[in-house]
Design a protein around this ligand. Sequence first.
Ligand code: BG6
Length: 503
Amino acid sequence: MLIIFGASGDLTARKLVPAIYNLFKGGHLPEHFVVLGASRSNLSDSDFRQKVVLESTYLQGKLKGAAENHIKTFADKIFYTDLGKDYDTDYTALSGRIADLNKEHQTDENYIFYLSTPPSLYEAIAKNICDQGLSDELNGWKRLIVEKPFGYSLESARQLNEGLHQYFKESQIYRIDHYLGKETVQNLLVTRFANSIFEPLWNRNYIHHVEITNAESGGVEKRGGYYDKSGALRDMFQNHLLQIVSLVVMEPPIGPNAEEIRNEKVKALKSLRIMRDEKTLYKNTIRAQYVASVIDGEPVKGYREEEGVDPESTTETYAAIKFFVDNWRWADVPFYVRTAKRMPTKVTEVVIHFKSPHHQIFKDSGMDSKDNKLIIRIQPDEGILVKFGVKVPGQGFKVERANLDFYYSSLTETHVMEAYERLLLDAMQGDATLYARADEVEAAWEFVDPILDYWKNGEDVKVYGYSAGVWGPTNADELIDGIAMWRNPEMNLADDPGFCVIC
Ligand code: BG6
């Protein structure tokens, strides 16, 4: 039984129910499976089914053409219970409903509690669940999934971990980071550890620098109230991007199980060099905010004009950080990571820039300014591209750059699960590999905290402006040593045609 707290909120209709529907349609759900939504709205089972299934705009596309009894069978698995005024209340009635549903649908007392409420309620909900004896695993397993944000700072993340650990064991807690549910993020592990052509080069001897870009074309939409208290560093960098960083940086795990992989990820996060002094923080961090502009003839609001945002807000919608990793593999290799809203396109990619050959024979070939690159595209146009030099046919040694590529879209037979679909299925099967462990989350905050503190209290800290629809403030290029430029990716993975001779 999946019990969702905060079930009348947007996430349930937008992500969770569509993911459960996909699992149902794909035949991945156990026969005895039910969902119980719980929140503070006064809804009946039938009202809730209407809202999240039958009239849900998020499901309409998926339900199109499906037989009526198929939709009904799915909708009949969904129930609702009203918690009353407050989440911090006596859960006797909720517990009774769970017991009844368990008996009726033979769910063997295997429960997942999914917390999709403001994080300030997590501890109280966990306590109230525990008070009903619903966290003990004498009969059936009990798991707790918590949504981000997990804490607002290192201190609050620690408190939250300690709070939850009073009621649930760490092995029962699943901290969701939906980027880990993305197929292409998991493929980082496979690219690195299933290929002998990349791994030997994956170190300071061959890699010049690593660049990670996460760009969104959208603004803060209707989430201004939340976002203004958070900002890009907390919203994206501390969790999703540092998770990607940990997969790029980590050492090979002993095996593929959750603990081995997460042990290596923690080690990776702990080896990020924490920047503490103002001079270093000034030189290596940039924050900025989008300002009003016109995109394709349409006026676009600036961040400060967005609903729910303080008109004098200094919250960043763009964050770019340069940092180093203090370990044997990565000594002196700079990492450049940026995330932002209102960029020219929506794209996430990791770019590994290789060093030039130690001794350059074809000096005049024009290749010296074009490094070998491995581009791992997380989204969209998911795939991998290697850029390398080829000889231009003819006299002499003129070199051009060619592309060697792989696209997920070429795998016609494969159904790529959506992130929430994969993660929910993993939680049901008790596989926590793609969930963040307590120490991982804390290690990530440890790195981020001094930056946030500097941005809040430091001297000389600026918030730059960039017009909505451009690649951030121009001075962000100064962060990149030597090359002085970010790779500004396009919608498509291959943004140049690569060299070829047609005839
Ligand atoms: C969420 C952030 O975690 O990730 C949002 O809170 C952001 O601000 C979203 O838009 C991006 O996710 P995706 O999967 O669309 O890249």
